[in-house]
Ligand binder design. Structure first.
Ligand SMILES: C[S@@+](CC[C@H](N)C(=O)[O-])C[C@H]1O[C@@H](n2cnc3c(N)ncnc32)[C@H](O)[C@@H]1O
Length: 249
């Protein structure tokens, strides 16, 4: 007896439940409260990708895996490299797919972090640029590394101040190609008051000076992106709910 093929039904249920979860404000508030509690333990600093620290919540790594697999970009640009885990994670996805390059931009690539990235088995798919993400020279270098007709995805995970993220959205948003994603990290702080803002950061980010308000401003300026309500809907215990937007034209 052959089992009934229920894959379509399974996928449809995922979409339905993810969208429904995105409307469940009580669940979101509980998640926010738990993430705030977990931050006392530096929760987003506790993980590694293939031996290298990745400063992410596991849910965001999973969400990024889903969009890389489904969109198969030729180039992924990430601002904010830190210790290298996220560029190496995305590079390993591209390596499994068999195509693509990650361009990592950071204002301060410390020698030990550069060494760890450059000596990693996935480094063959990584190009590092040191400099401020919206500096003209850096943007020129980034553009020069993108082949003609490449499918391009962008992840913004550097300085999370509203003005900086808005400047990054304007500079990098236009590089994202149709069907690919722009990911704005740490949108969760857009739900946090100044008093409750995470304190163990280089700067204080909170509602009003945060990536989510920058993204919302950017989305009101351009008509090329739509919020992926299904993907964002299931992003509880995530740093970046609402931060995953798809380029539609
Ligand atoms: C949150 S960490 C990045 C975490 C990394 N994406 C990961 O998942 O492991 C932020 C990084 O942004 C960098 N940064 C801060 N301001 C920047 C700027 N103006 N341009 C580029 N990088 C910047 C910092 O040096 C730091 O390494």
């Amino acid at each position: 007896m052959t089992a009934r093929d229920d894959r379509q039904e399974f996928e449809e249920n995922k979409v339905k439940q993810s969208a429904a979860l995105g409307q469940d404000h009580a669940a979101f508030d509980q998640s926010l409260s738990l993430v705030t509690k977990l931050d006392e333990y530096d929760y987003s600093y506790l993980w590694s990708w293939m031996g290298v620290p990745i400063i992410q919540m596991p849910a965001d790594v999973m969400a990024t895996q889903e969009i890389i697999w489904s969109t198969k970009p030729d180039v992924i640009i990430e601002t904010g490299v830190a210790r290298g885990g996220s560029v190496l994670f995305m590079a390993s996805m591209l390596e499994m797919i068999g195509n693509g390059t990650v361009i990592g931009v950071d204002v301060d690539i410390r020698s030990h972090n550069r060494e760890a990235i450059e000596n990693h088995p996935m480094s063959k798919r990584v190009k590092l640029i040191e400099g401020g993400s919206v500096d003209i020279g850096v943007l020129e270098e980034v553009r020069s590394l993108i082949p003609e007709d490449a499918r391009v995805m962008v992840v913004l995970d550097s300085d999370h101040s509203r003005d900086h993220v808005l400047a990054e959205c304007r500079a990098y948003g236009e590089l994202v190609t149709e069907g690919c994603y722009l990911v704005v990290a740490d949108t969760l702080v857009g739900h946090v008051s100044k008093e409750n803002a995470p304190k163990k950061r280089s700067k204080l980010w909170y509602k009003g000076n945060d990536p989510l308000s920058a993204l919302q401003d950017y989305l009101s300026e351009v008509d090329r992106f739509e919020v992926d309500e299904v993907l964002n809907g299931k992003l509880v215990l995530s740093s970046s709910p609402g931060g995953y937007v798809r380029c539609i034209r």
